[in-house]
Design a protein around this ligand. Structure first.
Ligand code: GLU
Length: 488
């Protein structure tokens, strides 16, 4: 095998991209990028019963969101498209026929009813788990007999001829040596009666024809690999390097499932996770850099990634860690990018972002970015930056709005109204002056003032809020609070 690294991500388009699929795609992509190799996207759509409309577009869009781009494929207008197995049917058939001609596969004419019957019988006798499900009935058909049935138009499948004894072994970068007894392998169907190949034939033919050097995929395919190895041998082809990634687990160590949370990348995207954070998180599900670093950009991952550092044990999907990474990546994100995201969130919430100047929104971002995990939290935690206060936290009102408060804040408002284009220091100085004049401590003004301008008892620095809102708005809010809170 030459040194050229060629890898592929080969999803079946069954609806959405699972986070486990994202990890497989990412590891392939990182491996290709770190080795100057080629990353291919191949759509494995040979199971026509599982097709979902729009799934391929959705998959490509999701990968693109995650910054995972592929390098090759039959595309249009200079862009690469994925390889699509349903457009390559002739190739699989030719290869299956070659196996038949060389005695490594055979036509099987067994009917559904017959297969059902032997399945029921082996279930009844309890042998289903230990022996192949198919009894190899058609394996002994003579070539003439098979040809006669075929010409008579009897429906058939093509099955591989698995050796009845011996073992099949292969090396796996993550699992080391894997060995399995041939006696437990079924005579796998290669071409189905609808003429489509099964996954097993198509994956081997494609990986060979596409000169795939490393097959990096989920552990759920490990048990199929011996069949693939036998196919490679039948064709006389060299094996790729295999690397089977461990399962993703729920915190209770069960297999990651929808029951315990979201498994679709789309869901995380819709919830407002940053692509950088999800990619960083998924990268750490099974791989580690060998030290305690946890925050990585895609560029850093490309630099650091190696298959040797991918572990064997199942990786626990811990949403708290994902949230923490989102917070970390949000802190590091350039202002201009956060601004774009904030604009989107405002629009989503029915607020027209063009009501606010860019400078104002950047000010809000700088006041809030250390206090939120998601960009959308900015709206939830500080709606007062975008709308007048329409609700005053009753607990804070009870604690901070005393009978004398309206008089105090009235004096404060008067002092503020004398300020010309005040900056935050000017508000602070004015507040201290008023506190002195009223012989009270500054907090006796600070708390009610925060309540008046935000409706809340906590948030970013009060003077930052005042400076952002601007003097006239601050005065309006003080006035409204006096009216609303004094009546109640
Ligand atoms: N089509 C398989 C899937 O849906 C791909 C398995 C492989 O990578 O060989 O995951």
């Amino acid at each position: 095998m030459s040194d050229t690294v060629r890898v592929r991500f080969a999803p079946s388009p069954t609806g959405f991209l699972h986070v486990g699929g994202l990890r497989t795609a990412l590891y392939n992509f990182l491996f290709a990028r770190s080795r100057g190799g080629t990353f291919i996207l191949r759509i494995e759509d040979t199971d026509q019963t599982r097709q979902v409309e729009g799934a391929v577009e959705n998959l490509i869009d999701t990968l693109h969101w995650a910054d995972i781009d592929f390098d090759e494929g039959p595309g249009k207008d200079g862009a690469f498209g994925p390889y699509v197995q349903s457009q390559r049917l002739e190739m699989y058939r030719e290869h299956a026929e070659r196996l038949v001609a060389e005695g490594n596969a055979y036509y099987c004419f067994c009917t559904h009813e017959r297969l059902e019957k032997i399945r029921r019988q082996s279930r009844y006798s309890g042998t289903l788990k230990q022996s192949p499900a198919y009894d190899r009935h058609c394996r002994s058909l003579s070539t003439d007999e098979a040809m006669r049935k075929k010409s008579a138009g009897e429906p058939y499948v093509i099955r591989m001829k698995v050796p009845e004894s011996g073992e099949t072994s292969f090396d796996d970068v993550i699992r080391e040596r894997v060995t399995i007894a041939n006696s437990i392998l079924d005579d796998q169907v290669l071409i189905k009666s609808d003429g489509f190949p099964t996954y097993h034939l198509a994956v081997v033919v494609d990986d060979h024809l596409m000169r795939i050097s490393h097959v990096i995929r989920g552990e759920e395919w490990l048990s199929s690999t011996p069949k693939h190895v036998l196919l490679y041998r039948s064709f006389g082809w060299e094996l790729p390097v295999f690397a089977h990634l461990s399962l993703l687990l729920n915190p209770d160590k069960s297999k990651l499932s929808k029951r315990q949370g979201d498994v679709a990348v789309e869901e995380y995207r819709a919830k407002g996770y940053l692509n950088e954070a999800l990619v960083n998180f998924v990268a750490l599900l099974g791989w580690n850099p060998g030290d305690d670093r946890e925050i990585f950009t895609m560029e850093e991952l490309v630099r650091e990634f190696s298959l040797e550092r991918v572990g064997k044990s199942g990786a626990v999907f811990n949403v708290e860690k994902l949230n923490w990474l989102n917070f970390q990546h949000l802190r590091r994100k350039p202002d201009a990018e956060v601004l774009q995201l904030l604009n989107k969130e405002l629009t989503r919430a029915g607020i027209d972002p063009s009501h606010f100047s860019e400078q104002y929104l950047l000010g809000v971002i700088s006041a809030m970015r250390e206090r939120v995990t998601f960009v959308r939290d900015v709206l939830e935690k500080s709606p007062y930056f975008f709308r007048p206060v329409d609700h005053y936290d009753p607990d804070v009102v009870k604690k901070r709005w005393k009978p004398h408060t309206p008089n105090h804040v009235r004096v404060l408002a008067e002092e503020f109204s004398k300020l010309q284009s005040p900056r935050k220091e000017d508000y602070e100085a004015a507040l201290v002056r008023v506190a002195d004049a009223l012989s009270i401590k500054p907090p006796e003004l600070i708390h009610p003032l925060r309540l008046a301008v935000s409706g809340m008892g906590a948030g970013p620095g009060l003077y930052d809020i005042l400076a952002l809102l601007g003097r006239d708005e601050v005065l309006r809010r003080i006035q409204t609070a006096i009216e609303r809170l004094t009546q109640s």
